[in-house]
Design a protein around this ligand. Sequence first.
Ligand code: KG4
Ligand code: ZN
Length: 340
Amino acid sequence: MPILTIESTCDETAAAVIDEDGQMLGDCVATQESLHEQFRGVVPEVAARAHLERILPVIDTALRKAGIRPQSLSAIAVADRPGLAGSLLVGVTAAKALSVAWQKPLVAVNHLHAHLYACQLASDIDVYPCVGLIVSGGHTSLYHCASPLDLRYLGGTIDDAAGEAFDKVAAMLQLGFPGGPAVSRLARHGNRTAYQFPRSMIHEDHFNFSFSGLKTAVRYAIVGPGHQDFSKLNLSDDEKANLCASFEAAVVDILVAKCVRAIHANQSDRLIVGGGVAANEFLREELENAAEQQDFDLVIAPLHLCTDNAVMGAIALEKIKRNEFAKLDLDITPGLQRGF
Ligand code: KG4
Ligand code: ZN
């Protein structure tokens, strides 16, 4: 029997119906990009209110697309961590209410584990054990993944996430929100060596990342220290493209170097990569090159499963196999201890 999965950790309201083999039968994602664009970032209060309006229609749509009635579901899964508190609360409360109303067991899913599980959904082989990179708007972390649910934190960002840096650079260049796709589009026409931006900690023998210095370096390259008003800038398209290309090259160099280091340190032969920034074309190309040169297997989440979605909530099937159900007192866990 299929399961219903619900995702509302940040600014996408999503639901999906997944059969017992992990096949998606129907899904729906309501994006909030247009609501947050004017603020050039996600506003938690706005996100929570929008989830509240959308969650039931989104669930209805997923069920309708799948042609499944609630009675036919075997469980209801929901991402309970990590994320914005107000956003998480809407999904978790809806899942608990439906679990009671429809008398279905509840399963709690870790959103980060789910991002990596998107790689398993795209693969014919069992991708675990492996090294996993999650690179998104809120997270940039490396794990050793013994199984979908047994992850050991290797390291992560000590300040901004990579996606956040993309969004901030896009905001400086007035490219709209979310910034990743816009920066990436412009970068294609730019010179990746036009600016020598810093690659913080790239040679250090650990798995932590830092992107805030890079963000500041881009800012100084655009307006110089102390200058605030980005709206008065009059950069040519070529200048913008060079800034984007050089910034993207720095982010990608750092991510690839740390992944390769983690592969070697863990004597692993496979890397899996998930999260919104995994949609980045240049990152995907450079990871492919590294995999070929360093002889490891690479599985990157398919494009449609990189940014937040409920299909990756199929990881709930792994919890069901282990008999790991949540109780009705399930609470949200917005922040994680480093790594979990
Ligand atoms: O996984 P996600 O939807 O949300 C979080 O869990 O954080 O990731 C969203 C992030 C945003 O920062 C967005 O700018 C970034 O992913 N992103 C990209 C691309 N597409 C989305 N960054 C770089 N290149 C892209 N093509
Ligand atoms: Zn996410």
